[in-house]
Design a protein. Structure first.
Length: 199
């Protein structure tokens, strides 16, 4: 099988995230009431990544190379924050980065006791001038969307204030060129109807 690549469409990922930040897409499971699993945050970010062009990686529920969803079920890499982080590492679809590198469609993860507990997607970045006239570097105001505490374009600075300190946050730069889906252990799997639809 030859190698092929697609481009990540940041605009489509953000368009999806802002459309569904305060509601739910019935084509996917709703984990909002599943507090033992952490809620719907990672499921929501995965949907936005799919809208941006990520292809499905088939595998069993717990395979760290697996990233998929039907309308009723999904892999852990799709829906659980810690497993999603493992998938980011394994798939090379994103890399850890600094806050100043964030742009539309990038990912913010919140950690607690060393484990990933929450995921959000960057949906806007605005530059403004520093209040210090001697500082000529623009200040970036970053906005995120997320589920389970539904947020539409919430300033990232509120994450520091209400959810976590900077030491408990990871930033992930999504690759503009998307590697092939990882080869995983589920073969001859048919694609669920919801993944054929225009999301």
């Amino acid at each position: 099988m030859g190698t092929s690549y697609d481009f990540f469409n940041r605009y489509k990922a953000v368009q999806y995230a802002t459309k569904w930040a305060l509601s739910r897409n019935a084509a996917f499971p709703n984990y909002s009431l599943n507090h033992s699993g952490g809620g719907d945050c990672t499921n929501f970010v995965s949907q936005a990544m799919l809208a941006g062009g990520w292809s499905i990686s088939w595998g069993n529920h717990y395979d760290p190379r697996s990233w998929w969803s039907s309308d009723k079920d999904s892999s852990k890499g799709w829906s659980v924050a810690e497993n999603f982080r493992w998938y980011l590492e394994k798939s090379s679809r994103a890399r850890p980065c600094y806050e100043f590198e964030l742009f539309w469609g990038d990912i913010v993860l919140i950690l607690e006791d060393g484990r990933t507990k929450h995921a959000m997607i960057v949906t806007d970045v605005k530059e403004s001038q520093s209040s210090d006239r001697r500082d000529t570097n623009p200040v970036k105001d970053i906005y995120v969307c997320g589920h389970s505490n539904d947020r539409l374009n919430m300033p990232l600075k509120f994450v520091w204030k209400y959810h976590a300190n900077r030491e408990n946050v990871e930033f992930w730069k999504v690759s503009d060129i998307i590697p092939n889906a990882l080869e995983a252990s589920m073969s001859a799997q048919s694609i669920p109807d919801n993944l054929h639809r225009n999301i």
